[in-house]
Design a protein around this ligand. Structure first.
Ligand code: AMP
Length: 211
């Protein structure tokens, strides 16, 4: 299974990618997680992309394609993979196409999570995330723990989940990433799923589309 999860920031791609990864036993490749880990570790790549992430801008396509090229060559990708947060531009989708053709492999499906932008602003600007394992906690209604209930890591708000940056990230998505819906519609690989339903309902709908 080789899957792309498309959807705007806060659409629930990360949550669904983890569930799909567990169900099908394939790695979840999140370019956002890879970049944040590099920033946390202070690598050269991390230093290069830090400002981009803080502003909510996209990291240059060639940098992202290098990351993906290296990651897809790792052994755990032989059985398949889920791409979460990649591709994000038509140039990245073209680059991925080239990498897949070179490896003699094809995508199984592209699942787009369909969402309502205003609800996403509320969802994202109240999201808190474990700095250690990436688990999400939502501050709408329920209190957010200071420590992750799964791993004990510190739970706080991602810098780019502040409301102003969230609105900017949604604009970036509309301009640069939304055109990919059309791109994959034209290749016949696109499947649409309602991303505003509950986590379990969205997950079952995705599994249904992949069956
Ligand atoms: P995410 O965790 O997917 O919301 O990504 C967080 C941030 O990482 C984005 O706002 C971008 O700055 C950067 N990023 C992640 N994936 C990509 C990508 N495929 N292309 C460019 N920038 C990316």
């Amino acid at each position: 299974m080789r899957l792309i999860l498309l959807g705007s920031p806060g659409a629930g791609k990360g949550t669904q990618a983890k569930l799909i990864s567990a169900k099908f036993g394939i790695p979840n490749i999140s370019t956002g997680d890879i970049l944040r880990e590099n920033i946390r570790q202070g690598t050269e790549l991390g230093k290069k992309v830090k400002d981009c992430l803080e502003r909510g801008d996209l990291v240059p396509d060639d940098t992202i394609l290098e990351i993906i090229d290296a990651r897809l060559k790792q052994d755990d990708c032989h059985k398949g993979f889920i791409l979460d947060g990649f591709p994000r531009t038509v140039a990245q989708a073209d680059g991925l196409d080239h990498l897949l053709k070179r490896g003699g492999i094809a995508l199984s499906a592209v699942v787009a999570l369909v969402t309502d932008p205003e609800a996403l602003v509320r969802r994202l600007s109240s999201r808190h995330t474990c700095r250690n394992c990436g688990a999400d906690y939502n501050a709408q209604g329920a209190a957010v723990p200071e420590r992750c209930t799964r791993c004990g890591g510190i739970v706080d708000q991602r810098d780019d989940d502040k409301e102003e940056t969230v609105r900017y990230r949604l604009e970036v998505y509309q301009k640069q990433t939304a055109p990919l819906i059309r791109f994959y519609e034209e290749t016949g690989q696109l499947r649409r799923v309602d991303g505003m339903a509950s986590v379990e309902t969205v997950f079952q709908a995705i599994v249904g589309e992949l069956a």
